[in-house]
Every structure is written in C-alpha cells, then in structure tokens.
Write a protein that binds this ligand. Sequence first.
Ligand SMILES: Nc1ncnc2c1ncn2[C@@H]1O[C@H](COP(=O)(O)OP(=O)(O)OP(=O)(O)O)[C@@H](O)[C@H]1O
Ligand SMILES: [Mg+2]
Length: 362
Amino acid sequence: MRLDSLSTLNYRNLAPCTLRFPAGVTGVFGENGAGKTNLLEAAFLALTGQTDVTRLEQLVQSGETEAYVRADLESGGSLSVQEVGLGRGRRQLKQDGVRVRTGDLPRGSAVWIRPEDSELVFGPPAGRRGYLDSLLSRLSARYAEHLARYDRTVSQRNAALRGGEEWAMHVWDDALVRLGTEIMTVRRRALVRLNELAAEANTALGSHKPLTLTLQESTTPETYAADLAARRGEELSRGSTVTGPHRDDLALTLGGLAAGEYASRGEGRTVALALRRAELELLAERYGERPVLLIDDFSAELDPGRRAFLLDLAASVPQAIVTGTERAPGAALTMRAHAGRFTPEQATPEHAPVPERAEVTR
Ligand SMILES: Nc1ncnc2c1ncn2[C@@H]1O[C@H](COP(=O)(O)OP(=O)(O)OP(=O)(O)O)[C@@H](O)[C@H]1O
Ligand SMILES: [Mg+2]
C-alpha cells in the first residue's frame, strides 16, 4: 500500500495543502504544536476512514464548519482515491467518487504508532480491548459485524434492565450468548498468532523479559448463559450487563509481572511497540501487502536501541511517515513542519536525495 498524496482542507491547524509522498521513509520534523500529529491523524483518517476522536467537530479548523481529507493511493498496481468529508458531527466517505461505509475501505491500509500507545499498557482494560477489537475487525468483516451487533444488544439489554423488564431478558440473553460466543471464539483463536508475533517483536526490541498476552474473560462460551442467569438480580439492580466479552481484558505480562503495574515507562512503551508491530505483521499476513506505517514522535521515551528498532521498522515497509522534533535519520524525504505547513528540505550530502516526484503544492 502506498500513499501517493494527501490533501487536506480546514483540517485542525493544517494549512490547505496537497503533499506528495515518495516510497520509503518520509521524515517530518518541527517544533511542538507545528501540526505533525495532525498530519498523521489526517493521513490515518484518509487511509482508513477511522478516527478515535469522538467529537468530529474537533477535527474541523476552529472558525470553520467543514473539513476534508483526501488520499490518493496505490495498491497492487491500481490507483484509487479516498475522500473523507467532516462537518456537523457527520463523516462522509467516498472511494473513487462513490459513497461508501468505513467497512468498504481496505482494512489493512495503515498502522499508526504513537506515544499515547503506552496507555494500552498503563491504562484501563477498555484500551486493550479496543486494540484487540479494532485489529480483529480489520482482519475479519464478520468479526466487525458481530461486534457491532453485540454492542447494540448490550445497550438495548441495559435499557431493558433499567426498565425492570425481567420478562424480556431471555430474548436479550439468547442474542447476547450467540454473538458473545462468536466474539470469544475469534479472540481466542487470534490470540495464538498475536502472542507469537508480540513475543517476537518484544525480543527484537531487545527486551530480555518475555512478553505474554492472555485473555482475562468474565465468562466462557460454555458457561455464558448460566453466568447471565446467575447474576440476573445484580444486573437488574445495577441496570447494566456485567458479564460478557465487553468486560474482558487483554492481560499483558512482562517477565511474569503485570506490565501495567510493574513496567517502567520505557518498558511500557516497548510493550506497546511490540503490540503495534504484531498488528502490522498480522495485517500484512492477512492482506499480502504491508500497510503504510505512520510513526508519531519516534524518539519519545525511547532509548537509542529502541529508536533504531522503530526506524528499522519504518525502513522495512514500502512506505512510512515518521515525525519527531528532530530529523529522522535515513529518510528519503525530509519535511520541516511549521505552523501547519510542511516544506521539503533540499537534499544535502548527509541526507538521501529527494526523489524527483516529491513535491509540495498549495
Ligand atoms: N480544530 C482545530 N483548529 C485549529 N487548531 C487546532 C485544532 N485542533 C488542534 N489544533 C492545534 O494544532 C496544533 C498542532 O497540534 P499537533 O498535535 O499536530 O502538534 P505537533 O506538531 O504534533 O506537536 P508536538 O511536537 O507537541 O507533538 C496545536 O497547537 C493545536 O492547538
Ligand atoms: Mg505531536
């Protein structure tokens, strides 16, 4: 997968622009607040149609009402255009001019690595569940569909619990057990390969402590129906569904200790990096093509060895965009970010030559 160019209009602090990206690594450096993260966020949105921002208005430049991002992509020899329009809490996606839904876009097109990934390790279970669900949803449209239906069922069941509709519970329970069992089964199956890849990446990162991923389930496919029945009274009094895959955790153990409680900041970031590399490998295995890699703040919290790992990872994919407050060494193209604008630097003897096609138009 290759991002040929990215265009943005009224996106956060970014000046309207079309940036062309060469194959290989593009380094983007600049001071705090220049717009480096915003650029990667826009690229991820245009590539995948996805954002983790809940209030879409945040993405629109203050003072404006609508924003737009566009990615011109090349995949397996064919070209395509993906567009995202944002405005009034709505997101509209187009692929080659035709309205589509997020699920219709290629699922393995990008992986985004950022310092906030440490939250996967140190934050609450929802983040780790989100990582797993988002990854599995990109590996399988069926999983995405089951998960969406399961989540809807939990919300509707919660409303019924709050309304004291005990008589309706068997209907919700049937749906919950059927969908929840599918989710647990896929998670269990995927975890085997995910564990191998994460452990491999952790070792490659120079960690001597073994990394293990384990599902901490609140129930099992075999006992789900009985567990729901056993906790019916508690659920009615709390007005919420307390058992099922929406309550599960992906436990991360480093050297036999819970990483969230015992790992150092840098070790935590390393574990998160291992999870991201595993994500990249799984997507590449599934779709036979390596995603565009977006790396935000490549030097944050990392020692030189781990920085080198990140830069090697960037060099191992057909295309990567790497940001930082300093220049990423070995980039095919380096851009200086300042006040929402991105200017390519002239090639110097220490830097690789800028490929001819790399240019910026405004
Ligand atoms: N909707 C918006 N409208 C206008 N400006 C915005 C909007 N959202 C964010 N910004 C501004 O964009 C600027 C750049 O943010 P960004 O996170 O991209 O910086 P950065 O270059 O990654 O900095 P750092 O090195 O600190 O990570 C910030 O000053 C922020 O206030
Ligand atoms: Mg940033």
